[in-house]
Design a binder for this molecule. Sequence first.
Ligand code: BG6
Length: 468
Amino acid sequence: SGPAPQVFVLFGATGDLARRKLFPALFHLDRAGLLPETRIVASGQRPRSEEDFRDHVCRSLEEFAPEEGDARERREFAAGVSYRAASTDNGADLASLVRRTEEELGEDAERLLYLSVPPSVMEPMVRMIAKEGFDARARLVVEKPFGTDLASARELDAAIHDVMEESRVFRIDHFLGKEAVQNILTLRFASGLFEPVWNRHHVGYVQIDVPEEIGLEGRAGFYEATGAFKDMVSTHLFQLLSFVALEPPARLTAEALRDEKTKVFESLRPLDPDRVVFGQYEGYREEEGVDPRSTAETFVALEARVDNWRWSGVPFLLRTGKALRAKRRTITVGFHGPPLKMFDLADEDCEGVDELVFELTDEPEITIEVRAKRPGPDLDIAPARFVLDFARSFAGTEPLEAYERLLLDVMRGDPMLFTRADGVERLWEVCDPVLREPPEPIGYPQGSWGPEQADALAAPRGWRVSRD
Ligand code: BG6
């Protein structure tokens, strides 16, 4: 049987994430017949009429899920959404609506509290939730970033643990809901082919590269306070790193897997600010809502080191930024070249020529690049690719978008793909040297690959994505 009926209480419902991802995700799950009976109780700071808010939901779906359903279906979906204003010091109205809705849904209804609010109000919101008695039997979903440094993350975790036990807390990092990320686990542990070479003896480097073409998209307030490092690196990119680097868990349970992730974070060397490049795109300071002297970074590239037996000596290179040349979300595992040169190849064509590449798109792509003989009379060697053929192997299936997958997991009570307090806190420790001494952001032109200084980190082969 599927999950019980849900009362989905969304804090921060007028924000960007709700409109861009959460409403479209719930709408798609509903249309795909995957959503249990669900009532959405939305809340934001400002009082708004229910009608006004439902229009807002319809417009969000139109804009961000244009292919999904028609106007009538959008209206029907929005009709199931109610709205109440709530703030960190007053949630009484909202609480009574939630209780009424729950009674209507019946005894087995479950309560899901989704905190899509900025880090600065997260902790007071958690306290308000407890004060108004929202916490009873509820699951709590917390959006990243979880705190802004070790001290604030500890405070937030303490506030959350005052209210509910860790097993009901779901810290969401939507990158972990991406199909291809789960395929890192299946390739590594459901097959015997890759694991024997998944170590320092065979791997020369790992790159986790998430360039974006978009700029601020109206999120100046959030971005000025957060910056690319906390928005993407200390969260998404390090989470991806843990899936690449972790040891095989003793069994496939949420706790065993998350124990292994925490061990990776424990093994991470605190970042060396000399191996971190910050950038800021030209024109950023002129964007609406941005301080004309802002030092917020819109680009980060860095080298991380996992100091354990498996990975000692292997650089993990992380890069992300806004207003870059292309949008990609790519994990590359680069392998050492052959021990002897049999073919006529330049040295730089030997090391790192074999690359296993995960594209974390909604329809995942996994390829292995090797060298092959070009057809014809000569022994001419050139790059060629193995491609994992998802379309043919799994014809007729439809992938879920990351938030869709993770929202279902919360409703099913499965925390496997969510982050745990201990891991998050350790990550802030790893990031601490950079938070204390952030590098000066270097200007870069929009539509470029960021500051040149970032290329030196990935020498000699360079960033795979920039080579494509
Ligand atoms: C979000 C960040 O968490 O992830 C955004 O706040 C970023 O700045 C986004 O654009 C990227 O997510 P996706 O799923 O579009 O790759």
